[in-house]
Ligand binder design. Structure first.
Ligand SMILES: NC(=O)C1=CN([C@@H]2O[C@H](COP(=O)(O)OP(=O)(O)OC[C@H]3O[C@@H](n4cnc5c(N)ncnc54)[C@H](OP(=O)(O)O)[C@@H]3O)[C@@H](O)[C@H]2O)C=CC1
Ligand SMILES: Nc1nc(=O)c2c([nH]1)NC[C@@H]1CN(c3ccc(C(=O)N[C@@H](CCC(=O)O)C(=O)O)cc3)C=[N+]21
Length: 303
């Protein structure tokens, strides 16, 4: 029986998207322009197709101009770079997202570096990475998943992050590292754990805040969670669910949810936790990019 507060990422994402819809309407009435988001998808990975469709839908629901460029899996690197270049120069596009992972023959870092930092709504360009780590978060575009995770933490804990022990499990450029930067900027004492970390359960046991971004189904166990800790589960793992019928699958996080909920003070579910926030923050970043590119003053930050 879960005792923890379940953090409703879906509801919080809806409220963020509602705010963005209002701000986009205001922008439209002031300038006659809509924020424009372009997503590039190379190949036909079914999970990526689902995410890209969700992003496209959310953008339209917020009143954005949204375009999706689906390119064949065997597209050349030059073709992808050419598409980025075209979108960099398109005045109706304020945000460019290249869905990852890219096929193996394409140099990911080369593609990400070509995106104009001002249009880099994923926050993966070295300029944005640098601004974030230099403590200039408010002039950067911040990666959507860590930003969304921070919004969930702030909505749950209020302004009490300062001085808390935060453990981020995972050190990817997409989630773990930027998450650690954000928590450090909130004055948490931050530990980054990874596959070489020794005595991981004990490291996690010291955490007031746990962010799990590992990509291993239910790896973080209930008895690793300090009583009352706040747990953010970033993991999205699709595992077979024969009980739901042949060939069916279900989504689980990187945390053993039922067990962890017996120890945690608050915990995000999967699905319905960080995932919807990622998409909401993409809308936030696209609107921010649009206002900056148009030379307009920025709206009140949402986190
Ligand atoms: N909800 C959302 O919106 C999003 C969810 N995700 C999900 O988040 C998860 C993480 O994604 P991502 O960061 O891209 O994944 P990566 O595979 O890039 O990184 C995983 C990290 O976990 C570490 N790790 C792997 N195994 C262990 C272990 N046994 N013990 C401790 N650490 C370990 C790795 O360590 P090392 O560096 O040493 O190899 C690595 O740093 C995935 O489930 C992904 O699907 C990702 C993006 C968005
Ligand atoms: N350039 C780039 N930027 C990304 O932000 C990016 C990416 N590449 N590649 C893949 C990962 C993964 N990701 C998710 C987005 C939404 C959900 C999401 O909406 N999840 C829902 C439901 C998911 C479902 O039912 O399948 C939920 O957790 O409730 C999940 C995962 C973004 N990613």
């Amino acid at each position: 029986m879960p005792q923890a507060q379940i953090i409703d990422g879906k509801a919080i994402a809806e409220s963020v998207r509602g705010e963005i819809t209002e701000r986009a309407a205001k922008l439209l009435s002031e300038t006659g322009k809509r924020p424009g988001l372009a997503v590039i998808l190379v190949g036909e990975d079914p999970a990526s197709q689902v995410y890209v469709r969700n992003k496209d839908r959310a953008a339209e629901a917020c009143g954005f101009h949204s375009v999706k460029h689906t390119m064949p899996a065997d597209s050349s690197e030059d073709a992808v770079l050419g598409m980025v270049d075209q979108l960099n120069n398109d005045p109706d596009i304020h945000g460019i997202l290249v869905q990852l992972p890219l096929p193996g023959h394409i140099d990911e870092s080369k593609v990400l570096r070509l995106i104009k930092p001002e249009k880099d709504v994923d926050g993966f360009h070295p300029i944005n990475v640098g601004l974030l780590t230099a403590g200039e978060r408010d002039s950067a575009l911040v990666p959507c998943t860590p930003a969304g995770s921070l919004v969930l933490l702030k909505r749950t804990l209020g302004d009490t992050l300062s001085g808390k022990n935060a453990v981020v499990v995972g050190r990817s450029n997409i989630v773990g590292k930027p998450m650690a930067s954000l928590l450090l900027q909130e004055s948490c004492t931050v530990t980054i754990a990874h596959s070489r970390t020794k005595a991981l359960p004990d490291v996690v046991r010291a955490a007031d805040i746990v962010v799990a971004a590992v990509g291993r189904p239910e790896m973080v166990k209930g008895d690793w969670i300090k009583p009352g800790a706040t747990v953010v589960d970033v993991g999205i793992n699709r595992i077979p669910a024969p009980e739901k019928g042949e060939g069916k699958s279900r989504l689980v996080g990187d945390v053993a949810f039922e067990e962890a909920a017996e120890h945690a003070g608050a915990i995000t579910p999967v699905p319905g936790g960080v995932g919807p926030m990622t998409i909401a923050m993409l809308m936030v970043n696209t609107l921010t990019a649009a206002r900056r590119l148009m030379g307009l003053p920025e709206d009140e930050p949402l986190f």
